[in-house]
Design a protein around this ligand. Structure first.
Ligand SMILES: N[C@@H](CCC[C@H](N)C(=O)O)C(=O)O
Length: 301
C-alpha cells in the first residue's frame, strides 16, 4: 500500500512498530534532487533486513522504488557519547551496505530535525558523527568527511598517484580518486554534455584498481566557483544528483587548482548543491529535500 503525501512528517516516525507480525513495514519515500530513497525506521530493534528484502523494496516493479534503502537505527554507545540523536544505515539497490550518501543524509537529517523539533542534530553514520542543521524550510546542511586521497583508504588495489589516475575510458582520463565514506573517481571534462556516462563510466567503476568499485563523476568547470557534474553510481545507476559526488568533485577541483574558492556551487542534472570545503578536509553540503509518498510494504519472512 502506498499513500500520497498529506501526512504530518513526524507522525510517520511514530507509527506503531511492525514487529514480526503482521509483516508490514511503514516506509517513507523521499528524494534529494531526484535521488530517491526508501526510509524505514528500525529503532524498535527489529531484526536486520536481508539482501532480498532490500532488493525487493528498492525495485520499482515489486517494491516501492528507490536508488537506496535507508534505515534509521538507534545510536550506538559511542554515537550517544558523540551526541548522536539516531544512526543511519545505507544500502544500495543490490543490497550492499555503503558508508556514505550525501542526499540521503540530508533527507534523514530532515526527519530527525522534525522529530526532535531542533534546528541541529548529530547523526551517527558508519561510526562517525554527522552534524546536520536546518538551512531553510526544506533545505538541510550536513557536514561530511573527512575526505581522503590515501590509496589504502579509498581503497585502491595498488599505490598510484590519486590526483592523476593511470586509467581511462573514452573521454574519462587523468581522474582523481577520493574517499568520503565511499569510493569515488572524478574526471574533469571540457564538455559534460558530450560525455556518454552509461557507455564509459562502467569500465572505471569496475576497473581492478577499485577492488570495491567506485562512483564515477564527470565534472566540467564553469568558473572558479562553479562546477557541472554527472555521477554514475555503484552498482550501476546514472543518478540525477549525487551529494558525496558533489563534495569530492569540489575537493578534487580545488586540489587540481581548477577552482579558486572553497565555496563551490555544483550543478547536477536535477539542481544545485552548495559545497563548502572546511578545515580538516571536512565538507559542508547544503541542498533541498522533498517527500514523495509513504505507506506500508510487506515485511521479510
Ligand atoms: N547518491 C549518493 C551516493 C550513494 C552511495 C553510492 N551509490 C555508493 O555505492 O557508494 C549521494 O548522494 O552521495
Amino acid at each position: 500500500m502506498i499513500v500520497d503525501w498529506p501526512m504530518k512528517h513526524t507522525d510517520l516516525l511514530s507509527l506503531p512498530s511492525p514487529g514480526e507480525l503482521p509483516p508490514q513495514w511503514p516506509f517513507i519515500k523521499m528524494h534529494g534532487l531526484e535521488n530517491y530513497f526508501v526510509i524505514l525506521d528500525r529503532r524498535d530493534g527489529s531484526k536486520p533486513l536481508n539482501n532480498d528484502d532490500i532488493v525487493r523494496i528498492c525495485s520499482t516493479n515489486v517494491g516501492v522504488g528507490g536508488e537506496q534503502l535507508l534505515t534509521i537505527e538507534r545510536a550506538s554507545e559511542e554515537g550517544l557519547r558523540a551526541g548522536a540523536y539516531a544512526a543511519m544505515r545505507i544500502f544500495n539497490i543490490d543490497g550492499k551496505e555503503v558508508g556514505a550518501c550525501g542526499n540521503a543524509t540530508r533527507c534523514v537529517a530532515y526527519l530527525l530535525l522534525e522529530e526532535s523539533g531542533k534546528d541541529e542534530v548529530v547523526m551517527e553514520l558508519a561510526g562517525g558523527a554527522v552534524h546536520c542543521r536546518r538551512a531553510g524550510p526544506m533545505e538541510v546542511s550536513v557536514t561530511l568527511g573527512p575526505i581522503s586521497m590515501d590509496w589504502r583508504k579509498i581503497p585502491l588495489s595498488r599505490e598510484v598517484d590519486t590526483l592523476h589516475l593511470p586509467i581511462e575510458s573514452g573521454p574519462l582520463s587523468d581522474g582523481v580518486a577520493l574517499y568520503i565514506g565511499n569510493p569515488h573517481a572524478v574526471f574533469f571534462v571540457d564538455q559534460l554534455d558530450s560525455v556518454d556516462m552509461g557507455r564509459y563510466a562502467p569500465a572505471v567503476q569496475n576497473d581492478p584498481l577499485f577492488p570495491e568499485g567506485a562512483n564515477v563523476g564527470a565534472a566540467q568547470v564553469l568558473d572558479g566557483q562553479t562546477l557541472r557534474l554527472q555521477v554514475w553510481e555503484r552498482p550501476g545507476v546514472l543518478t540525477k544528483a549525487c551529494g558525496t559526488g558533489a563534495c569530492v568533485a569540489s575537493y578534487a577541483a580545488l586540489k587540481r587548482g581548477l577552482v579558486t574558492s572553497n565555496k563551490i556551487a555544483v550543478h547536477l542534472p536535477a539542481g544545485k548543491l552548495d559545497i563548502e570545503l572546511l578545515d580538516g578536509d571536512k565538507v559542508r553540503m547544503t541542498g533541498p529535500v522533498a517527500f514523495c509518498c509513504h505507506g506500508f510494504i510487506e515485511g521479510g519472512k
